[in-house]
Design a protein around this ligand. Structure first.
Ligand code: AMP
Length: 283
């Protein structure tokens, strides 16, 4: 496994791989890798001949009062995980390698970023799309792999790729969960054992949504009240949003139909956690 801190070396190694006829798979991450990330790498390895993982805590997607400084950066452990997973190349740039000058060019996906995390984290998606556009230009992958865990991010990135004719395909992989249902996240490291138990109620609220839809309930207001009731059982959980949105537009809907996304964002202590389930009643 090769590790590169420079854009130049990544370009050179990917070029060599491509010259030998290999397809390039790319998994962008912020490190503190867990089984969710590994599932993306595994899928990339199944689909592609040469797998690149980036580990970069991107400052431009964090708000001024967010956890950029304290975000975990266990690079040695991360490299071991990548090695074990069979990654070919890890790109671990410094901030100055990625942003030698203050960026005055940004990619902004409109509308799809207005609701949910876009509403509660102004500027976040602009940081995400801009860094992904840069990473795609550096790595030039055939496929890039994203997690359903960050559902809005995956939809926004797909739209950026389509709108800007970027020559790659986005593959979205299912959410990997802890035994208690909590979606795996690098931020779970911040949780105390009690908070981790409480956090299981996030998935419980989403399961309630699925149960209600399965039992024929379609009014989102009725479902959201019940989801909130479950989350409110734990005093440690502070709800940021509980939304049921159209899977394509990400706009709130009044009635469940076709394909929708039920999504939750909460805070437990100072830790922000998100989760979602896609629901398809179109068939
Ligand atoms: P991050 O390092 O948090 O920026 O995540 C990097 C990629 O891993 C993103 O595409 C995430 O959606 C994905 N990811 C994070 N957690 C999970 C999970 N529990 N299951 C599947 N994918 C995940």
């Amino acid at each position: 496994m090769k590790v590169s801190k420079t854009i130049e070396l990544v370009r050179q190694l990917v070029k060599e791989a491509r010259r030998t006829g290999k397809t390039i798979g790319f998994v962008p991450t912020m490190g503190a890798l867990h089984a969710g990330h590994v599932s993306l790498i595994d899928t990339a390895k199944q689909k592609c001949d040469y797998v690149v993982v980036s580990i970069f805590v991107n400052p431009t997607q964090f708000g001024p009062s967010e956890d950029f400084d304290k975000y975990p950066r266990p690079i040695e452990e991360d490299l071991k995980i990548c090695q074990k997973a069979g990654v070919d190349l890890v790109f671990n740039p410094t901030t100055s390698e990625m942003y030698p000058d203050k960026n005055i060019t940004c990619v902004n996906v409109e509308k799809l970023t207005d609701n949910m995390c876009g509403r509660s984290r102004p500027g976040h998606f602009r940081g995400v799309t801009t860094v992904c556009a840069k990473l795609f230009n550096i790595v030039s992958p055939d496929f890039a792999f994203f997690g359903q865990k960050d559902a809005q991010q995956a939809i926004v990135i797909k739209r950026m790729v389509a709108d800007l004719n970027m020559p790659l395909e986005i593959v979205v992989c299912p959410i990997v969960r802890e035994q208690n249902g909590l979606a795996m996240s690098s931020r779970n490291k911040y949780l105390s054992p009690q908070e981790r138990e409480d956090a299981a109620f996030i998935y419980k609220s989403l399961q309630k949504c699925r149960e209600m839809v399965d039992s024929g309930i379609r009014k989102t207001e009725t479902i959201i009240v019940q989801m909130r009731n479950i989350l409110e059982k734990k005093a440690s959980i502070k709800i940021e949003y509980v939304s049921i949105v159209d899977e394509k537009t990400l706009e709130n809907i009044e009635v469940v139909q076709d394909k929708v996304l039920a999504a939750v964002a909460v805070r437990i202590g100072s830790t922000r956690l998100i989760d979602n389930i896609p629901i398809d009643i179109s068939t």
